[in-house]
Design a protein around this ligand. Structure first.
Ligand SMILES: NC(=O)c1ccc[n+]([C@@H]2O[C@H](COP(=O)([O-])OP(=O)(O)OC[C@H]3O[C@@H](n4cnc5c(N)ncnc54)[C@H](O)[C@@H]3O)[C@@H](O)[C@H]2O)c1
Length: 283
């Protein structure tokens, strides 16, 4: 199989994993407008080509394409790949609007092809183990669920570049919360029908050291503490750095999701309570 890759940024390892010439799978071409990204790709994949446009990539003989571009480009790129007859691995979120997701699904129905969505948390061993316990009835019917996520690297990861601008991501409830809200739905066996919540740009909006936003190479994140010491904050930052939502699911389960992007350490915590006392588990 020959793979193409759209976008070689922080998420590039997910495509690199697929390069297994010993199994007959290889990365054949990258498209990325950034010279730095193309150079990094070529360093790791001397066998492949690096081009600067999706049109050029799609003119190649490829079986599938990894769509690893920023969120607001997913819709355009996913539909272009499907129209070119390619199977796609599409990073989450599928698109930045529900209408955008519908257009991707409509294209798939019209054209055919396969979409693998980048909801990789469904493959985390700890999540799969929780799902297994719940499906075995270990806590009875789930009645309530909580997920709290504290992110120490949130400033660095989401407030210095394109993520910080709402039009690019629709905010971190989708950008980041897409994983945990999906997992809550999966573990609880239903989808939200009613949601209330609140949030705000509590810290990074007041950052006094904002510089003019320019592209920079964030190959890794630093935990920045205190958050007010973070420089290079995107001056257009208009997304929340704190979110708290409550969800009522169609099956009646009550769930809660909270994220904080300026915490002193990183932690993700799931709690699910059902109608039965839990049995003793051996993990
Ligand atoms: N599943 C996960 O756990 C997970 C984790 C992090 C990010 N993501 C998602 O992966 C995607 C990529 O995130 P990232 O952190 O790697 O972003 P990034 O900014 O590090 O990299 C994006 C790359 O896309 C390139 N790009 C921009 N416009 C392009 C275009 N028109 N054609 C081709 N390439 C283009 C950029 O130059 C950059 O190299 C995002 O949608 C993000 O939400 C998923």
């Amino acid at each position: 199989m020959k793979f193409g890759v759209l976008g070689w940024g922080l998420r590039s390892p997910v495509a690199q994993l697929a390069h297994r010439p010993d199994l007959g799978h290889e990365l054949a071409v990258l498209a990325d407008p950034r010279e730095y990204a193309r150079a990094k790709f070529k360093e790791a994949n001397p066998q492949a080509d690096a081009v600067d446009s999706i049109e050029e990539l799609l003119s190649r003989d490829l079986d599938a394409v990894f769509v690893l571009t920023p969120d607001w480009l997913h819709e355009e790129h996913a539909i272009a790949c499907l129209e070119a007859g390619k199977t796609i691995f599409l990073e989450k979120p599928m698109a930045v609007t529900a209408a955008g997701c519908d257009r991707i699904l409509e294209a798939r129905r019209r054209i055919g092809g396969r979409i693998y969505a980048g909801h990789n948390m469904r493959w985390f061993p700890v999540i799969r183990k929780m799902k297994e316990f719940i499906d075995q009835g270990a806590v009875g019917n789930v009645k309530a669920a909580w997920c709290r996520q504290y992110v120490a690297y949130g400033g660095e990861a989401y407030f210095c570049d394109w993520h910080a601008d709402r039009k690019n991501t629709n905010g971190l409830l989708l950008q980041k919360g897409a994983h945990d809200i999906d997992i809550l739905h999966w573990l609880c066996g239903s989808y939200s029908k009613r949601v209330v919540g609140m949030g705000g740009l509590e810290v990074y909006g007041q950052n006094q050291t904002r510089e003019t936003f320019e592209e920079y190479e964030n190959d890794h994140f630093r935990d920045t503490w205190p958050p007010s010491s973070l420089d290079r904050v995107n001056p257009g930052a208009d997304i929340e750095d704190l979110n708290m939502i409550l969800m009522e699911l169609q099956n009646g389960v009550k769930a809660s999701y909270q994220q904080c992007q300026f915490s002193p350490d990183s932690w993700r915590n799931y709690t699910l309570i059902g109608c039965r006392r839990r049995r003793a588990w051996r993990c």
